[in-house]
Design a protein around this ligand. Structure first.
Ligand code: AMP
Ligand code: GLY
Length: 419
């Protein structure tokens, strides 16, 4: 089977790696891919949202399966375009992508389907934000409605900070159209986890529960990012999944069926486990990044088979290796605001073993050297029989390279290890 993965980052490198190891896959392609990904896949320098150019590529090469990484492509209707050409796709249609591309749409979906989530108000000006904030106390949570690459969520410690973020969104229009409206939401405290579900819109299979680290700095300080690292599975993953099926996952999947979305893909449920039970923070409609990097190597079977049957509408039961996994993100200086590109990456980037390796998230090869080329530059992966071992391997791997101003959190998984 000839498979194509859409995207450029560490998640897509992980998908390409998993598919390269599949017995059912003969060729792996990536659109557009990256220099790092090109070691394992044939990369085509085509913009996945330029359907005319993509159509020409597909006239030349026929793909048997497509997997879409980033939400932005789903939001542009890439899955619809591919299905119209009779290619089985892992990824929802454009309507399904609204669950991620509009936080307001997602909240309405949760309310309609009885999925537990924080109280909220829709706001569209500084004045309205200030007025509705009277219903809550600090810290205040303000989220732009549209896609913002994980950077449109503000946890404001003070009322003044809330005012300044509202000003940034509504007056300075820092997020353009994505920030036309925003949500002011009740702050939730508890333990955060990532719950990824493969679903055809009716049946589902829940992947092991993982923990991302969203804040840039150790001790969960600093700005929100796309994710600075993932560990898992959570120790109580299997038991927790059973309870989440009833309260969160079941109602979510029933909602998909009712809404008529063509949903053959991944629903990523961002959850806060509060003292009053689970509360859904957000839905994503694709694999998490960096959740995928840590999760994919834990599956005991063949990802090519899983993805093909999912794309054709059936969900296979899955079994998992008795291993733990860690993905440490090595980010460029300036991330998340203005990551510095073109910095030389030195060291043993090619070093790999079955239990530790690098994935390329934002690199390029130019002038005979590897360089930083994005915010999250590399992912250092470690697998082990315990979480301590997985972390130790991922951090030891990270030591093998360096670049100027590299940002890395050294406290991944500490919350779990202390439990
Ligand atoms: P989101 O993109 O909506 O998942 O938000 C990004 C991050 O902000 C989450 O992963 C949480 O760490 C944090 N967050 C979002 N909503 C809330 C909330 N209501 N209370 C506390 N933290 C939140
Ligand atoms: N790691 C969080 C996300 O993929 O949105």
């Amino acid at each position: 089977m000839r498979v194509v993965v859409f995207g450029t980052g560490g998640r897509e490198h992980a998908l390409v790696k998993a598919l390269s190891a599949s017995m059912t896959v003969s060729e792996v392609h990536a659109v557009p891919g990256s220099d790092g990904i090109s070691k394992l896949a044939l990369c085509h320098n085509v913009d996945p949202t330029d359907f005319a150019s993509l159509g020409s590529l597909m006239d030349r090469i026929s793909f048997d399966l497509a997997i879409i990484g980033p939400e932005a492509y789903l939001d542009k209707g890439l899955a619809d375009f591919l299905r119209d050409r009779s290619i089985p796709v892992v990824g929802p249609n454009q309507v399904g992508a609204r669950l991620e591309s509009s936080k307001l749409f997602a909240k309405q979906f949760m309310v309609e389907n009885g999925v537990p989530t924080a109280r909220f108000f829709e706001v569209s000006s500084v004045e309205e934000t200030v007025e509705k904030a009277r219903n809550f106390s600090a810290p205040y949570v303000l989220k732009v409605d549209g896609l913002a690459a994980g950077k449109g969520v503000f946890i404001c410690k003070t009322f003044e900070e809330l005012q300044s973020k509202a000003d940034l969104i509504f007056n300075q229009k820092a997020f353009g159209g994505a920030g036309k409206t925003a949500l002011l939401e009740e702050h939730q405290t508890g333990f955060e986890l990532s719950c990824l579900v493969l679903t055809n819109g009716e049946q589902f299979e829940v992947l092991p529960l993982m923990q991302d680290h969203k804040r840039l700095l150790e001790g969960d300080e600093g700005p929100n990012t796309g994710g600075m690292g993932v560990v898992g599975p959570l120790p109580e993953s299997a038991t927790l999944i059973e309870s989440l099926k009833e309260s969160v996952i079941g109602p979510t999947v029933k909602g998909l069926a009712r809404s008529g979305m063509d949903f053959k893909g991944v629903v990523f449920i961002g959850l806060m486990m509060t003292e009053n039970g689970p509360s859904v923070l957000e839905y994503n409609v694709r694999f998490g990044d960096p959740e995928a990097q840590a999760l994919l190597p834990l599956y005991a079977g063949d990802w090519g088979e899983v993805f093909l049957s999912l794309a054709k509408g059936s969900v296979k039961p899955m079994s998992w290796k008795p291993l733990s996994s860690a993905c440490v993100v090595l980010a460029a200086p300036g991330y998340p605001d203005q990551p510095e590109k073109g910095l030389r990456i030195e060291g043993e980037l090619d070093f790999e073993s079955p239990s530790s390796y690098f994935l390329h998230a934002g690199t390029r090869y130019a002038d005979k050297m590897w360089q930083t080329n994005g915010g999250r530059v590399l992912n250092s992966i470690g697998l082990g029989s315990t979480l301590e071992e997985a972390l130790q391997r991922a951090y030891a791997q990270a030591e093998k390279i360096k670049f100027q101003g590299m940002q890395m959190r050294r406290d991944l998984g500490q919350g779990l290890l202390k439990k």
